[in-house]
Design a protein around this ligand. Structure first.
Ligand code: HEC
Ligand code: HEC
Ligand code: CA
Ligand code: CA
Ligand code: CA
Ligand code: CA
Length: 510
């Protein structure tokens, strides 16, 4: 967290929130690295502040400390306490909101004796003693995904239930006056006159954010939003060894349109979003949205076996929501008018010359749709398996949106794009980048940083930007599905580079 001097706009204090590597993992507490620091609630005296967020247990897992992630020791809810006067976090005072998911905003009573904390995934507001941090009571039935609070001088608490499209209003006068703990819900005020989301998509988004449903999570700790808040990623590398995978960097779901980029997961292990039910049951402690009977039919229980689609309205709604995530955030590395910078244009030519588009193909920048996997020299022991089966390669990720999704590679082992192309590509198995001059490398990186799904016309293309690339078929056949290629086609890249077009990009959707 940073404190900014309002007069000079300079950072005056930086509060470092330390990784907790020592707290014993139990059902009420655990280790973790603070993340998703949503907001700051300043106490009326200005001396302390509460910062709600989460704690990611990136110290746990079969490849790390030999302990499988469990539903209560994957993500834990966190409120960090900043000692504003001394400019440090008071680590000993950290609050763990047991059995909750994604606390995100805090307001205090005028005397500073009680705190109201909205908890998005748990669909409630907690009342806590501001001196001790102890739990006092909870305002339930706020509606889905509460993520905004306001306390009025008339002792009304307004709670924005973002995914119920309502503001819940509570009378909290008894708490404010320390008279009693009774609260009364006065109203649910609708905030949206004409809902823009399709009903199934909205239902899916509500499920995505809701850890209270025992089908999603046992003790209410985990929802999809725990790691993909608003559909994005959390920058973390999770040890998914216990669900037949390995070290896995969270994938942003933005722009991927559910299975719009073919199989999902770095190993391409799932062929439907509905396969997330496997993680719900095996990782989040949820009962799952499919019954034992449904799972017992044919090969439904196997991720790429008989289809799970159509078996559960909830899983289908989750899939509809993910399918609706069809845009990436615009890259700020572009010129102000949204076009490629000069370096970006130069980088695009290098991208073609090196044959990057052989795998990062077409508007989505991936050949995943054919079920291909490639080992570009990044697969190691800690990469683990593919849903319990041998892992021969990785499903080519899109490069659209990578400007905001560091770290890189399936296991997050490349902190920067440069590391992907240099440090992690020592043997040139991920294209011949060692042949590039420092300037060319900079241009290639500039191009990749500007990919966000925008249609970039090339001078020679005129207005033919809607055409699909036609050369793909020439090369697509040289890689087999399921097994990683040995990278024999690399030599061919240099020869055909002049022919290859990366292809038209989709226009930005408003
Ligand atoms: C503990 C953090 C965590 C939670 C909770 C979580 N995910 Fe993920 N998600 C990840 C990680 C890590 C990956 C990469 C996993 C892999 O490749 O095996 C991922 C990958 C995905 C992908 C693959 C995207 C692609 O195109 O390859 C989808 C889809 C997905 N998650 C959906 C969900 C849904 C739906 C939920 C809730 C049911 C969920 N996730 C909950 C961490 C999480
Ligand atoms: C043979 C297929 C292939 C070629 C050619 C290829 N890539 Fe990749 N690329 C992949 C695969 C597979 C991954 C995922 C590897 C992993 O996660 O371990 C990847 C990952 C990446 C990533 C990291 C993305 C992320 O989200 O972490 C970047 C950046 C990237 N490639 C850029 C390039 C550039 C630039 C070129 C050309 C110089 C190129 N790639 C050529 C297959 C390829
Ligand atoms: Ca607990
Ligand atoms: Ca894919
Ligand atoms: Ca499946
Ligand atoms: Ca990443």
């Amino acid at each position: 967290m940073a404190r900014i001097d309002a007069a000079t706009f300079q950072v005056s204090t930086r509060f470092e929130l330390a990784a907790d590597t020592t707290t014993e993992d139990t059902d009420q507490q655990g280790r973790g690295l603070p993340n998703y620091l949503f907001s700051v609630g300043l106490l009326p005296d200005g001396l302390f502040a509460w910062v709600p967020g989460k704690k990611d247990n990136v110290f746990r897992g079969p490849f790390r400390d030999q302990l499988a992630l469990s539903d209560d020791n994957t993500v834990r809810p966190l409120v960090a306490l900043l000692n504003v006067a001394e400019g440090v976090e008071d680590v000993a005072q950290r609050i763990d909101l047991d059995d909750r998911n994604l606390p995100n905003q805090v307001v205090f009573t005028p005397l500073g004796d009680y705190a109201f904390v909205s908890v998005a995934g748990s669909a409630l507001v907690e009342v806590r003693d501001a001196y001790t941090g102890e739990f006092v009571t909870a305002l339930k039935e706020t509606g889905f995904a509460p993520r905004g609070l306001a306390l009025t001088e008339t002792d009304r608490l307004f709670v924005h239930a973002s995914l119920s499209r309502t503001v819940a209003v509570y009378d909290v006068a008894d708490i404010v006056s320390s008279h009693d703990l009774i609260t009364k819900k006065l109203a649910d005020v609708p905030t949206v006159a004409a809902e823009k989301l399709d009903a199934q998509v909205l239902r899916g988004k509500q499920l995505f954010f809701n850890s209270e449903d025992v089908r999603m999570s046992d003790q209410g700790y985990i929802s999809c939003a725990s790691c993909h808040f608003d559909g994005a990623d959390d920058g973390r590398v999770w040890d998914f060894g216990s669900v037949g995978e390995g070290l896995r960097n969270t994938v942003s779901l933005l722009g991927r349109r559910g299975t719009g980029h073919g199989n999902v997961n770095w190993s391409g292990s799932f062929d439907e979003i509905q396969d997330a039910d496997d993680n719900i049951r095996n990782l989040f402690g949820g009962k799952g949205f499919l019954s034992a009977e449904q799972l017992a039919v044919g090969t439904v229980a196997t991720p790429r076996g008989d289809k799970k689609a159509g078996l559960s309205p909830e899983l289908d709604a989750l899939a509809a929501f993910l399918g609706s995530l069809d845009t990436h955030n615009p890259s700020p590395f572009r010129d102000a008018d949204g076009s490629l910078t000069q370096d970006g244009v130069a980088g695009r030519a290098i991208f073609k010359r090196l044959g990057c588009g052989f795998c990062h193909t077409g508007p989505d920048g991936t050949d995943s749709a054919g079920g291909k996997l490639h080992d570009v020299g990044t697969v190691k022991a800690s990469s683990g398996m593919r849903a319990g089966e041998p892992l021969f390669g990785i499903d080519t990720p899109t490069l659209n949106g990578v400007w905001e999704t560091a770290p890189y590679l399936h296991d997050g082992s490349a902190p920067t794009l440069r590391d992907v192309l240099v440090t992690a590509n020592a043997e040139d198995r991920h294209a011949f980048t060692s042949a590039l001059s420092e300037a060319e490398l900079g241009q290639l990186i500039a191009y990749v940083q500007q990919l966000d799904g925008t249609v970039d016309l090339e001078p020679s293309e005129g207005d033919g930007a809607d055409e699909e690339p036609t050369e793909e078929g020439l090369f697509g056949c040289s890689v087999t599905g399921g097994r990683g290629d040995s990278h024999a086609p690399l030599l061919a890249f240099a020869l055909v580079a002049g022919l290859m077009t990366f292809g038209a990009r989709r226009g930005r959707v408003a």
